[in-house]
Design a protein around this ligand. Structure first.
Ligand code: GAR
Length: 201
């Protein structure tokens, strides 16, 4: 299966996925890394791993659909079977979601449906929750809403700082996301009434 990973920033999740492919845990190929930000450090990580990149600035596009159509053209050339959003800080259009229905994954740094949006870790920390965590889910038309594949909780300790919490969350993401991708690429995920069944042998 060919995978495209969408990034906007540092790309630590991309790195974890690259490492899982290189280590043989994920038996699929990352054919393309897509970014809306030419300065994303994630692009350096992709190039260092000899993965093709496609950078498209949203500037100059009058609609989300037009932007996504350009990306779809690239994905079709590469016969992409799975889209992995890894810190891609842009909403994808309904057109895109329909085209790749149940083939788009996202990682979110909180326990959905709590603390949706761009600042999941900070929002949970400032709210004062005792537990937060990581969610990997299918992407549907609503923000941070699709069927949940994997979730893992983490304690917010008495002396926790935002920085220590971020480090704990990222560590979980880097393990959980490759695992969800492995399950998808091995055909082990089945969605039934919003619930994701995991069929391990
Ligand atoms: C990750 O923590 C990811 O969960 C988050 O962006 C970060 C990207 O880091 N995504 C969201 O908040 C999406 N709503 P990375 O570029 O180092 O992988």
């Amino acid at each position: 299966m060919n995978i495209a990973v969408f990034v906007s920033g540092n790309g630590t999740n991309l790195q974890a996925i690259i490492d899982a492919v290189l280590g043989g845990k994920i038996k699929a190929k990352i054919r393309l890394v897509v970014s809306d930000n030419e300065d994303a450090y994630a692009l350096t990580r992709a190039r260092d791993a000899n993965i093709e990149t496609f950078v498209l600035s949203p500037k100059g596009f009058s609609s989300r659909e037009d932007y996504d159509k350009e990306i779809i053209k690239e994905l079709e050339k590469k016969d992409i079977g799975l889209i992995v959003l890894a810190g891609f800080m842009r909403l994808v259009s309904d057109l895109f979601i329909k085209k790749y229905k149940n083939k788009i994954l996202n990682v979110h740094p909180a326990l959905l449906p709590s603390f949706k949006g761009m600042h999941g870790i900070k929002d949970a920390f400032l709210y004062g929750v005792k537990k937060t965590g990581v969610t990997v889910h299918f992407v549907d038309e609503k923000l941070d809403h699709g069927p949940i594949i994997l979730q893992e909780a983490v304690e917010v300790e008495e002396n926790e700082t935002l920085e220590t919490l971020e480090a704990k969350i990222h560590k979980i993401e880097h393990r959980l996301y490759p695992e969800a991708i492995r399950l998808f690429t091995e055909g082990k995920l089945k969605i039934e009434n919003r619930k994701v069944k995991i069929k391990e042998a």
